[in-house]
Design a protein around this ligand. Structure first.
Ligand SMILES: [Fe+2]
Length: 317
């Protein structure tokens, strides 16, 4: 797709202000002390505790996701996701098939195996720090999952939601961090927002660094750098590790801008670290969050086994 028109060339990096040198206090909510999540309204069918952090998040307790859910419950989960961006369901016990069935209630699920014939199965797939012999390994810390990213933005239609379930964990660590790019966008100066309007960002699998199946099958795609939420219409930065350049502007300039925006969006006041417990299932909205796995445990010693699937999304606009 051709690059959309944009406001004009960016000034040289030395001439313009950085996009986010500080963590704006209003984005942090000017809260004193730690966030204290509270239980939401009396009339709710679900027990929702929110926010979990300055970066959003909610916890929904007391649900058994292994069984089909009433339509009203699914609607409340969707509403919680729209409002809080990510939702934690503690204490689950799910087979890979049951996880798939839960995700399918939130929308069409991408079958494991991508487009490869004969590889598609209606189950959550396994993501773990295990090598071909089944031994824990730290080599996975080099992978894209350990850098800030949104899931599969190198598709024309990237996933709306990701569903991740903790099966086996190290004694401590193995966190997943989230960064709220809606709040990060809101906190940008008006002049920066104006500069970003209409820009499109080019994504490629592994940032185009690693040849292989995906690199040959998936040419780069471009999406709005500021995408609007498909339900609320609220704008959020859309970027991350797979973003390679900004369409229509000088590559060095575009890469520098992407780096500055990423630095801005991943400041502590926009982020949340999820410390997993076995049985946690987390659903997150890829349209307005970045995430990364954290190698804060002995990866050569302990196993970290997660089950994952993604719910399909629309073309970003
Ligand atoms: Fe991911």
């Amino acid at each position: 797709m051709a690059a959309a028109p944009h406001p004009g060339p960016l000034p040289a990096s030395g001439e313009r202000e950085r996009v986010g040198d500080t963590c704006p206090r209003r984005a942090c909510g000017e809260r004193e002390g730690p966030i204290a999540p509270r239980w939401e309204g009396e009339g709710q069918r679900l027990a929702i505790r929110a926010p979990l952090s300055a970066a959003g998040g909610a916890e929904i307790a007391g649900l058994d996701l292994s069984r089909p859910l009433p339509a009203e419950t699914v609607a409340e989960i969707r509403a919680a996701l729209t409002e809080h961006q990510f939702v934690v369901f503690p204490g689950q016990s799910l087979s890979r098939e049951q996880q798939y069935a839960f995700a399918a209630q939130l929308g069409p699920v991408e079958a494991h195996g991508g487009g490869r014939p004969g590889k598609r199965r209606d189950v959550a797939h396994v993501t773990a720090n295990l090598d071909a012999d089944g031994n824990p390994s730290d080599r996975f810390a080099q992978g894209a999952n350990y850098r800030w990213h949104t899931d599969k933005p190198y598709y024309r239609t990237p996933p709306l939601l990701t569903v991740l379930y903790a099966v086996e964990l190290p004694p401590a660590g193995g966190d997943t961090e989230f960064a709220n790019t809606r709040l990060a966008y809101e906190a940008l100066p008006a002049a920066t927002k104006q500069r970003l309007a209409g820009l499109r960002v080019v994504f490629q699998w592994e940032g185009g660094r690693r040849p292989g199946y995906y690199a040959s099958e998936l040419p780069p795609v471009d999406h709005p750098l500021v995408r609007t939420h498909p339900v609320t219409g609220r704008p959020a930065l859309y970027l991350g590790n797979h973003a390679v350049r900004i369409a229509g502007i000088d590559e060095i300039e575009g890469t520098a801008l992407l780096g500055e925006l990423l630095d801005h969006a991943t400041q502590p006041c926009f982020t949340y670290a999820h410390r997993w417990r076995v049985g946690d299932l987390v659903v997150w909205d890829n349209t307005s969050l970045l995430h990364r796995a954290v190698a804060n445990y002995e990866m050569n010693r302990y196993r970290r086994i997660m089950h994952r699937n993604v719910v399909k999304g629309p073309v970003p606009v």
